[in-house]
Design a protein around this ligand. Structure first.
Ligand code: ADP
Ligand code: MG
Length: 617
């Protein structure tokens, strides 16, 4: 395909550098224009930005809002302070600190490095539990983590001084160091977001079942993000400590984490650009409200002192953003840098090693609390051809696909592919064994671009980034979506979404492809177009396709072998002609016709098979 293009390989890096340039220019301007107070504000902005970016690395990619990252900051601040202070000073400030723990007078860079190492270790330990959780439970777990770390550190008075300020820390975080750190954090956060782990984690964030069905282990991706962000947050904490010069554990508790999370959410936690914008806006708001806090006189009007105004104001701002612009003020898009797209390099040849693989379903049963959805279903599905799977609504077709792909294990029976037993395999394992699927209710990664949706499975099976992009471009061209590659997936029309899901499944290079009603909701032209795109796949790539659809004309036209389910049981199997003439099949469809509710949902094709007018094949 000549119109297939891929993003420039330096796209993310160029955008990251642009953001660095914008931030440095802004910081320098404030420092130059406002003199010493400006320098202080700019330094604080850079340190805050580092902390917000550390949280964003985890929360932005995983979707789990973290209230725990100031725990890493706390630990990082103390570790770096201990090792960079001279022994005499440390002895006066924290007399009970064991001698081996500090007083080495190390340079600040080594202090940062040690903070990062300790932060990463703490993240690894805590992440083994926390990274298993997603959504609200994940957020609560991070809060628990903060409370535990804070309580332990505040209680360990010999290490931290408890409520008494720990003072005498070298104030090495000046504007230059803070700005350099912010630049580094920006690059790391942005390259992580668009890199392999970041992309796979954002896919899992948008749709966990779909990501798992492509072989992604969301918990493992979250753990990687948590460890990186823990190390970054510990460094941000060290920078913060060396800016303050004196602190207690309380300086790293709710007030701090609340402010940082507000910055991330106001700007938009899904993007690095949002972290920058949110940090700037919330700091400006805090600064403005602090001036009003003590009361002001404006001509004839005099406002009374309003204690706590900055905190209340920031909370209200966050609430307003959550209500009216949930993706944040800076939206879902990163600051763009227009590098030209490249023509897609020749993609790797499609894997067609399916050979004689067979998917064997053996006396499969599935019950939902008393309801028998599948009963003793046995079928052998060969690679290299399209097998139709039909049956009235509620027959158990989707349940069968789910059982095979590890979403809702079978209650009895066995599923094997070649020598691997997949009966109780996780979706990730099924995917890695070579089975891909589409979903009856479309499950795309809505926050990713069309091409990213398709690159994800290619990355998940370990292809290098450039090859994954080329693979995505080829599969998009195959389903006719090449010109939509750079659009957000959420912007696609219904029929195009179904085709995108198929391209995504194909990019997983499956041996078997299970399509659950891929033509549902398509008009006749779209259905015919889809048929031509599916027809040659088995011969070209050796893939075995299982095709479920309500449009029997579509199924019968593509398959020479059809399986019929009814009420959880396999009632017929054979060529379209054999199946159409089968009395059980006719009765199954007539049966649904007799029920008024079911008749309302019957398609024309079902109607025609029920009345014996089928002319397909
Ligand atoms: P089909 O895809 O053939 O239309 P399904 O496999 O979706 O049918 O459903 C088969 C039967 O199992 C239906 O009676 C349905 O109501 C039931 N069922 C499916 N999923 C669940 C579930 N998660 N919990 C309870 N019942 C379910
Ligand atoms: Mg179904």
């Amino acid at each position: 395909m000549t119109d297939a293009t891929v993003p420039h390989p330096w796209q993310a890096a160029a955008e990251a550098l642009l953001l660095v340039a914008v931030v440095l220019a802004g910081v320098l301007a404030v420092a130059v224009v406002f003199g010493l107070p400006g320098q202080r504000a700019a330094t604080l902005f850079c340190v805050n930005l580092c902390a917000v970016l550390a949280i964003q690395v985890f929360s932005g990619t995983s979707g789990v809002v973290s209230f725990g990252h100031t725990a890493f900051m706390l630990v990082g601040a103390y570790v770096s302070a201990w090792v960079t202070m001279p022994a005499t000073m440390l002895g006066r400030s924290l007399p009970e600190l064991p001698g081996w723990m500090g007083g080495y007078e190390l340079p600040g860079s080594l202090g940062l490095l040690l903070a990062a190492v300790v932060g990463a270790a703490l993240a690894l330990g805590s992440g083994l539990a926390i990274a298993r959780l997603s959504g609200a439970s994940g957020a609560i777990a991070t809060l628990g983590f903060l409370i535990i770390v804070y309580t332990v550190m505040a209680a360990a008075q010999h290490l931290t001084g408890g409520n008494r300020a720990f003072w005498g820390i070298p104030r090495t975080t000046d504007l230059w160091i803070a700005a350099a750190a912010a630049a580094g954090f920006l690059l790391v956060a942005r390259l992580f977001r668009d890199g392999r782990t970041g992309l796979m984690l954002r896919a899992a964030r948008d749709n966990e079942p779909a990501a798992r069905a492509l072989g992604i282990d969301p918990g493992r991706m979250r753990l990687r993000a948590w460890v990186l962000s823990g190390a970054l947050a510990a460094m941000a904490g060290a920078l913060y400590g060396h800016m303050l010069g004196a602190f207690t554990p309380r300086d790293f508790y709710f007030d701090l984490v609340f402010g940082l999370v507000a910055m991330m959410i106001v700007g938009g936690m899904g993007t690095v650009t949002g972290a920058v914008g949110g940090t700037a806006l919330v700091m400006a708001l805090q600064e403005g409200l602090q001036r009003l806090e003590g009361g002001v006189t404006l001509g004839p009007v005099s406002l009374p002192a309003l204690f706590g105004l900055p905190t209340v104001g920031v909370s209200l701002a966050m609430l307003a953003v959550l209500l009216f612009r949930p993706a944040g003020l800076f939206g879902r898009r990163e600051l763009p840098f227009p590098l030209p797209r490249r023509r897609a390099p020749p993609p790797p040849a499609p894997v067609s090693g399916a050979g004689g693989a067979r998917l064997v379903i053996d006396r499969l049963g599935k019950q939902f609390a008393g309801l028998v959805a599948l009963q003793d279903v046995s079928a052998t599905i060969p690679a290299g051809r399209i097998t139709g799977l039909i049956g009235p609504n509620g027959a158990g077709k989707s349940t069968l696909v789910n059982a095979v792909t590890g979403l809702g294990a079978a209650t009895s029976g066995r599923i094997t592919m070649g020598s691997s037993d997949l009966t109780h395999a996780t979706p990730e394992r099924v995917a890695r064994a070579g089975i891909a699927r589409s979903f009856q209710n479309i499950r795309l990664f809505g926050g990713l671009s069309v091409e990213e949706n398709v690159a994800v499975p290619a990355l998940a099976r370990g292809l290098p980034a450039a090859v994954a992009r080329a693979t995505a471009a080829r599969e998009l061209a195959h389903v006719g979506l090449a010109s939509d590659a750079a659009r957000p997936a959420a912007a696609l029309a219904y029929g195009a979404r179904r085709r995108l899901e198929i391209a995504r499944a194909l990019a997983a290079a499956p041996v078997f492809l299970l399509l659950d009603e891929p033509a549902a909701g398509m008009n006749p032209e779209e259905t015919a177009d889809l048929a031509t795109r599916l027809r040659d796949l088995p011969a070209d790539r050796g893939i075995g396709i299982v095709l479920i659809d309500h449009d029997l004309g579509f199924v019968m036209g593509l398959c020479n072998h059809v399986i019929v389910l009814n009420r959880g049981q396999l009632i017929a199997e054979g060529t379209p002609a054999e199946v159409q003439g089968h009395p059980g099949v006719i009765e199954a469809y007539l049966g649904t016709r007799a029920s008024g509710v079911a008749r309302a949902t019957m398609t024309e094709a079902e109607h025609s098979i029920a009345t014996g007018e089928m002319q397909h094949g």
